[in-house]
Design a protein around this ligand. Structure first.
Ligand SMILES: [Zn+2]
Length: 504
């Protein structure tokens, strides 16, 4: 039970506790372009939007910021400065309809990714990952382009950095993970010192080379247990490809008194169980009992999964301490991925109060529109392995109870219906209760995140309802997601309307 008030005034944690006085507070107020600063003592929340470089090249810096302020009541930019992924960078996902702004032309062939600002070589001395500049926009530097105009308008600018890579980046092949069968993976090992140094170098570069307000760090990678089970919304089941079994992990295991070979053996057995389940080879005691028996006989399944999480959270802690050492007024946020909504096993590995110690704010994903198809996919995956004995529609209802969902549609209707505003409200309140006042909670609001052909298409009405629900739950602010280049303007306006109504 949260103690949070649903009041739309000052949050129960003083929003201003971490900002440097009234000037900074005034800069956080949503203001229409060209308007005089609002003369009100009532502090308002950080209303942010995620945007990639391409939108500013396509539409111009001033016009894009006008749209953000006028339609979305936005006062904070989460500018994608580093990723090789299409979720946060590039135009609309290929094959999806373009929104009603920006170039109506796919960048499928030109999209590359990388650092959309300028990597300053001196910061990258201790990593092999030195050449990461995104080539799409030549020598242009997105921070140099956007910062002056954003600052002029009193908007905050955060650098969004995401742990998504491509194999052609120089040095990547030396630092990738190794899977259960000894194959190189496409992901980077978070115990590898070159990788660790890269992340601290990158955020140091941003925070020392530019007048930014902080960092939003994205790492959506799962540990080997969830990957083996496919226990997420956006992945296939690949139990033989789980990671990481590289030398650095072997060393990390030894340092902690963990038996590396037992862990590997545990995952070989889990792989076999998953493959048998997928093939419908039912163990005589049933799928779930056999899975639980594996955990009893090989607790190393959990030990190895936890070691993955440990490295992931060490990276966050290092990013946080690095940024704070540069300037304590810089803020660091951590994106908490969507699987945290659906999956009770994942939830158990994420203590909000622990995460809150490593950041100033958490961006908690509460994407309701795409949430329907994603939740359905998750149920389909776990219903194919450890819960294969349970009819999937019943499994979904059971899981709803575990998650405290009360208003969601039946499994067969989930994708077309999406998740409800009640889901947004409950997940926001759960996060607020979880962080225990140690950091701010900024729900990530779904504004037109691409979905499959048979899933609900985002409308202004459901975008408005989701935004209003997050604010009603007591959110300290919002982050409109995933990126401007996939949002329709009417939906952005609807979100902005909910913000303005909450503050009247
Ligand atoms: Zn490793």
């Amino acid at each position: 039970m949260t103690t949070n008030s649903t009041s739309l005034g000052l949050g129960r944690r003083d929003f201003l506790k971490n900002v440097a006085g009234a000037t900074a507070a005034a800069a956080l107020l949503p203001q229409p372009s060209g308007a005089a600063p609002a003369q009100t003592a009532k502090p308002q929340r950080m209303i942010g939007i995620q945007a990639g470089a391409v939108s500013f090249f396509d539409e111009g810096v001033g016009p894009v910021l006008d749209v953000f302020q006028e339609r979305g009541a936005i006062n904070t930019l989460f500018l994608t400065t580093f990723t090789y992924g299409r979720g946060l960078a590039g135009r609309q996902i290929p094959g999806q309809p373009f929104p009603d702004h920006g170039k109506q032309e796919s960048d499928e062939r030109t999209f590359h990714g990388g650092n959309y600002a300028t990597p300053h070589p001196a910061f990258y001395a201790d990593t092999v990952l030195k050449q990461t500049r995104a080539p799409e926009h030549g020598e242009a530097d997105i921070l140099q382009m956007v910062l002056p105009e954003a600052k002029k308008r009193g908007m905050k600018v955060f650098c969004s950095c995401e742990d998504v890579w491509r194999s052609s980046v120089p040095g990547v092949n030396q630092v990738t993970e190794v899977d259960l069968r000894g194959r190189r993976a496409g992901t980077l090992c978070l115990f590898n010192p070159d990788v660790r140094h890269f992340w601290t170098a990158l955020v140091t570069d941003y925070c020392k080379s530019y007048d930014v307000d902080g960092i939003l760090f994205f790492n959506e990678r799962n540990g080997p247990l969830l990957n083996a089970l496919g226990a997420s919304h956006a992945q296939n089941i690949a139990s033989s490809r789980v990671t990481c079994f590289c030398d650095h992990h072997q060393r990390a295991a030894k340092e902690r008194g963990i038996n590396f070979e037992r862990c590997r053996e545990a995952y070989v057995r889990l792989d076999q169980l998953v493959q048998d389940s997928l093939a419908g080879k039912r163990p005589s005691d049933g799928y779930f009992v056999e899975f639980w028996r594996l955990l009893v006989e090989y607790p190393e399944v959990l030990v190895w999964d936890r070691l993955f999480d440990e490295a992931k959270h060490e990276v966050l802690a290092e990013v946080y301490s690095t940024v704070k050492a540069i300037r304590p007024t810089l803020h660091v946020g951590f994106h908490v991925e969507h699987v945290n909504s659906f999956n009770p096993i994942f939830r158990a590995t994420r203590r909000y109060d622990e995460l809150a110690k490593k950041c100033d704010f958490l961006k908690v994903v509460v994407y309701n529109n795409c949430g329907g198809e994603r939740y359905a996919h998750f149920i389909d995956n776990i219903g194919s392995t450890i819960f294969r004995d349970v009819p999937k529609a019943e499994l979904k209802r059971f899981n709803d109870h575990l998650l405290n969902y009360t208003e969601e549609k039946e499994l067969g209707e989930l994708a077309a219906a999406g998740l409800s505003p009640d889901y947004v409200f409950r997940e926001t309140q759960r996060a607020i209760a979880g962080v225990q006042g140690r950091c701010r909670v900024l729900p990530g609001i779904d504004i037109g995140i691409p979905v499959g052909r048979n899933s609900r298409v985002a409308s202004p009405e459901d975008t408005y309802a989701a935004t209003a629900a997050a604010l009603r739950a007591g959110a300290d602010g919002l982050i409109f997601s995933r990126k401007y280049s996939e949002m329709r303007l009417a939906n952005l306006s609807a979100a902005g309307r909910a913000v303005r109504e909450a503050f009247v």
